[in-house]
Design a protein around this ligand. Structure first.
Ligand SMILES: Nc1ncnc2c1ncn2[C@@H]1O[C@H](COP(=O)(O)OP(=O)(O)OP(=O)(O)O)[C@@H](O)[C@H]1O
Ligand SMILES: [Mg+2]
Length: 239
């Protein structure tokens, strides 16, 4: 970080911008061996650019299911999901995956890094998929790893990194295409308190400085407290 760069989470929340996501009366059910399982019953909420929203709820309440829909990895059974002004429910897979690749970054509890690949290579993956030329890719990946404090670990592979460091690589990867939306499913679930704070500070920084929308699923009250707003899922309904 340069001397002029704002400190993470010290920058005051801005007035939220227009909604980036608009979820309305969204439901999701699955059918397993002929039996219907209703997971999301009725979810309605918006998330604005520049806003950090925590999604909380008991285990099994449907948080990851909802996040998959927000990330365009899954479709609702009924209801509406508007992302960046586009109603996504009728879109075909090609358009959905372009929207996802261009606009959404993911961070998961278990990091999901490629083993036997360096931190640099891992951060470069979304840029390979986005067709970024190799030289720009490498310099951007280096810059991002430096920004999460891993400038000295560029060539380390996941098994040579601590959990907190692996999550910072995963975060750098999620940010590589400057997504308008960052989705994180229990990003601090496998980390100690200091690493959790560092990850949350970086996520909040994305909202404050870059005006990204950030949605974080969490069981951790400290993480929820640091969000601008909390959406609770109770038996598949938002509150
Ligand atoms: N593909 C699927 N097929 C059938 N059932 C599913 C599927 N995905 C999720 N479920 C069911 O939906 C419910 C909610 O799951 P989900 O993973 O969204 O919960 P969660 O709130 O993220 O829980 P946790 O806090 O434990 O991660 C669970 O009962 C789960 O078994
Ligand atoms: Mg989950």
């Amino acid at each position: 970080m340069t001397a002029d760069a704002p400190c993470p989470s010290v920058v005051a929340p801005r007035r939220p911008g227009p909604p980036l996501l608009q979820v309305k009366n969204l439901t999701r059910h699955f059918t397993v061996s002929g039996t219907r399982i209703d997971v999301l019953h009725d979810c309605t909420f918006d998330v604005a650019r520049g806003e950090v929203v925590a999604i909380v709820g008991q285990s099994g309440s449907g948080k990851s299911t909802l996040l998959n829909v927000l990330g365009l990895l899954d479709k609702p059974s009924t209801g509406s999901y508007v992302f960046d002004g586009v109603e996504t429910t009728p879109l075909r897979e090609g358009r959905t995956s372009r929207l996802r690749g261009d606009g959404i970054g993911f961070v998961f509890q278990q990091f999901h890094l490629l083993e036997r690949r360096s931190a640099l290579a891992n951060v470069g993956v979304p840029m390979v998929l986005g067709g970024v030329p190799v030289l720009s890719r490498r310099s951007r990946a280096k810059e991002l790893l430096e920004s999460v404090g891993l400038g000295h670990r560029l060539h380390s592979q996941p098994h040579q990194l601590s959990g907190g460091e692996q999550q910072r690589v995963a975060l750098a990867r999620a940010l590589s295409r400057e997504p308008a939306l960052i989705l994180a499913d229990e990003p601090t679930g496998a980390l100690d308190a200091a690493s959790s704070t560092m990850i949350m500070d970086q996520l909040i920084d994305q909202a404050r400085v870059r005006d990204a929308a950030v949605v974080v699923v969490t069981h951790d009250p400290k993480v929820a407290e640091s969000a601008d707003r909390v959406v609770e899922l109770v038996e598949g309904r938002t509150r």
